[in-house]
Design a protein around this ligand. Sequence first.
Ligand code: HEC
Length: 498
Amino acid sequence: MCSCTKCVFACVFACLLCAALAAGQSASLGLGRAASPEEVESWGTIVGPDGQGLPPGSATAAEGRSLYDRRCAVCHGPTGREGPDDRLAGGQGLLATDEARKTVGSYWPTATTLWDYVYRAMPFNQPGSLSTDEVYAAVAYVLYLNDIVGEQEPVDAASLLAIAMPNRDGFVSDPRPDIGSSAVAATTTAQVRVAGGAALGEVAAFTTPWGEPDLQGVWSYATITPLQRSTDLTDRSQLTEEEVAAYNQASAVRATSERRSDLSAERDLALAYNQVWWDRGQATDRTSLIIDPSNGRLPPLTPDARERQAANQAYRVDHAYDSWNDRPLQERCMTYQRVPPVPSGYSNTYQIFQSPGYVAILNEMIHDVRVVPVDGREPVHGRIQQWNGDSRGHWDGATLVVETRNYRDTTTWRGFSGSRHLRAVERFTRLDNDEIDYRYTIYDDTTYTRPFTVQLPLVSPPGYVVYEYACHEGNYAMTNVLSGARAQEKTATDEGSR
Ligand code: HEC
């Protein structure tokens, strides 16, 4: 057998090569294999100019209006002309002028490809989440905003192909032999996957093969709804539809106001991320994530906890940079959103796995996997404390109840205080293919005058993935932060003695 790393690589590579050659794949390079028909099908159809692969379905602009208002207007504006993102309407006839604006009406040569684009790429923050009928409705409405179809005109596969787009003659064709309609036709043979439809049947029962409720999958608890209700909303727990839309609009504008072309180099650097990296989610229709107490606010601290917090703050004024132990847990790459979590700007994800006796909950930020026994075993001894506590679960009917204790005194959350006496009880109830009712209650009578309950959205939009969270702050930043603080102290002492 191989014993050194180099040999292991050599063996593995040789085996891969053998396997590939044996399978007769890619004789020229000996790498890769042909995609199976199932894989090709799962990627869905690319609908080209010839409209091949457009699925059955039909909708009018009148039917598309409310979908557009809810799912598109936030980024493209109420009439498709306002932004903040790409203009979808207007600008017809101006392409050759100084006021050129590329929109669906002024620029796109075919309407079939509009269907394709919206189906696969929009909404930008939830691509793939629209059903085929919803795509017909959105497309009908965008065409209507451009005066290309009437409000009541049904839009379907045949009519999309028949539509003569205003800029249909504005393109030159590509003469290369491998580009062109034959290449397009080859990719359109697979059937369009009806979003959500097929998957729903497969997991209809939401039960694991060994008979427990099935919570597995990738779930997002991203939301811009704040933990605590803003004080100006006093006794209102719900937002109106218009308010939800306004919050989402404001959040989208904040994200896209980072247009690189409009930024100075300094401002660009200071922003650190552009909108591709944020995944803050949308507003729920509630004014706070806290659902109990009814004022949506954290309960008052106990007098003891107030003293503790004041002492901590006083200490931090002079000792924030004494040692790595004084730096925040996020900066030290220890743990981020905590257990149970409070959402932040991105990586608001759970990936849940189950096996008989265990539920494992992965929180990629920062590589925290909770392996929760659901077999009735005792919690660990109270003297053993951990950043994210120790979790034990049980099934209450269809609900997974997870109780976590044994936190450290130094574990704090983004929104509330922790202590070793804190106990968290989470409840996960699967509602649907793509939704879990998720809420947790925090008990800690050494810190809060009463318990409080937080409800987070927990949804699984099609195609939602967990991206790697690579925390590198500790590599160089920690020594740099601390040596920087020492240098500042030295300057201060030198100046003082001058
Ligand atoms: C969160 C913001 C957001 C939402 C919501 C959204 N879009 Fe977009 N849309 C964008 C961005 C950003 C682009 C540009 C993407 C690019 O260039 O890669 C875009 C591009 C487009 C384009 C192509 C425009 C062009 O001429 O190139 C169309 C068409 C479109 N969106 C339609 C829709 C429809 C229909 C909806 C609703 C179902 C929708 N969008 C929802 C952000 C959004």
